[in-house]
Design a protein around this ligand. Structure first.
Ligand SMILES: Nc1ncnc2c1ncn2[C@@H]1O[C@H](COP(=O)(O)OP(=O)(O)OP(=O)(O)O)[C@@H](O)[C@H]1O
Ligand SMILES: [Mg+2]
Length: 342
């Protein structure tokens, strides 16, 4: 793994659960993110996958300082940005930008494309002298594959894919080092998704960007990611390189997710069986004891109800260590790792 540009440790976000209107009383907490660790290497793409509600967007929002963590550290080039405020925080925020999921609602319909892409310069006027901004916006339009002459048009005059290009151009305006893309293609037609993913790929090498790429779609994540983290109910349950996760998953949840991906060629599917998980994802207000996946796991035994499995490198993988190692939060990880490929 290249030198880390972002290191996240023990990240927690609990939203208070309140009752009453006049006298709000806290009756519990939603553990949206419940102890997440990962590192993002310079120039690499870390994909985050997991079912709806597992905390992906909450992680994203904390990284770009839209939400304040309940606990934990987010180190950008070694400095914990959760402790920063005011001018120091603003300086860091310039370097970590977000691309949002829905290009239909995330662009202000009353603003021209030029104003939308140039908006970051209003917040960070030091980034570009006023007289330079229009030219920069035109350059950004060109960089994302849109005609610079469209600068005075409005969002409704563009297709979904083009709108997401506008969102990407805005994300690039301050020349950030890190882009957090939260489901950037999920709202787009399948035919357009690949074009936007390819654009992100090209921009990454052109501008030396590091990506955190969040998505539901496992095949898109595989295509774009160097490493992948699989989340379940507020935690990372498995992390590794794209090949490790997709070809040798060692967590039963990852195995189940992958078994649901259609494989066009039955030969390539091999003996991979479709794993149907029982029950629903438990509520983050009431997380099962021990392993939080155990209520849906076909392998779980008494130990799983008591011991919380930590994200660790199985014995047989110990030749790889550090934040880039193939790690799994399952008591049976070593067994999975040595057994036949799933
Ligand atoms: N502001 C909030 N107040 C209370 N609970 C919240 C808030 N935001 C998110 N949650 C809860 O936190 C959990 C994680 O939400 P989050 O949006 O991070 O999930 P996600 O993985 O991004 O899901 P999706 O794939 O649907 O986008 C969910 O149970 C959600 O209901
Ligand atoms: Mg989300």
């Amino acid at each position: 793994m290249p030198e880390p540009i972002l290191e996240v440790s023990g990240l927690v976000k609990h939203y208070p659960l309140t009752q009453g209107i006049l006298f709000k009383k806290q009756v519990g907490a939603v553990g949206a993110v419940d102890g997440v660790d990962f590192a993002l290497g310079r120039g690499e793409t870390l994909g985050i996958v997991g079912e709806s509600g597992c905390g992906k967007s909450t992680v994203a929002k904390m990284l770009v300082s839209l939400e304040r963590p309940t606990a934990g550290a987010i180190r950008y080039k070694g400095e914990d940005i959760t402790r920063l405020s005011g001018r120091a925080l603003k300086a860091v925020r310039r370097n970590i930008q977000m691309v949002f999921q829905d290009p239909y609602t995330s662009l202000n319909p009353r603003m021209t494309v030029g104003d939308i892409i140039g908006e970051p310069y209003e917040i960070h006027p030091e980034a570009a002298p006023k007289g330079d901004r229009r030219r920069r916006v035109q350059e950004l339009l060109d960089v994302v594959g849109l005609n610079p002459e469209y600068i005075n048009r409005y969002p409704h005059q563009f297709s979904g894919g083009q709108r997401q290009r506008i969102g990407i151009a805005r994300g690039l305006a301050l020349r950030p080092e890190i882009i957090v893309a939260d489901e950037p293609v999920s709202a787009l037609d399948v035919s357009v998704q690949a074009q936007v993913v390819n654009l992100l790929d090209r921009l990454q090498s052109e501008f030396d960007l590091s990506y955190l790429f969040i998505a539901h779609d496992l095949s898109i994540v595989r295509h774009i990611s160097d490493r992948v983290a699989v989340m379940y109910l507020g935690r990372i349950v498995e992390t590794g390189t794209e090949a490790e996760i997709y070809d040798h998953p060692t967590h039963p949840y990852t195995q189940a997710l992958l078994s649901a991906v259609p494989v066009p060629d039955p030969e390539a599917r091999g003996h991979r069986e479709r794993i149907i998980l029982s029950g629903d994802v438990p509520s983050p207000t009431n997380v099962p004891s021990g392993c939080r996946f155990r209520t849906r796991c076909w392998k779980a035994d008494e130990r799983c109800a008591v011991d919380v499995p930590v994200l660790a490198v199985p014995e047989v993988f110990r030749h790889t260590t550090g934040p880039a190692a193939h790690a799994s939060a399952c008591h049976f990880a070593t067994e999975w790792a040595t057994g036949p490929a799933v």
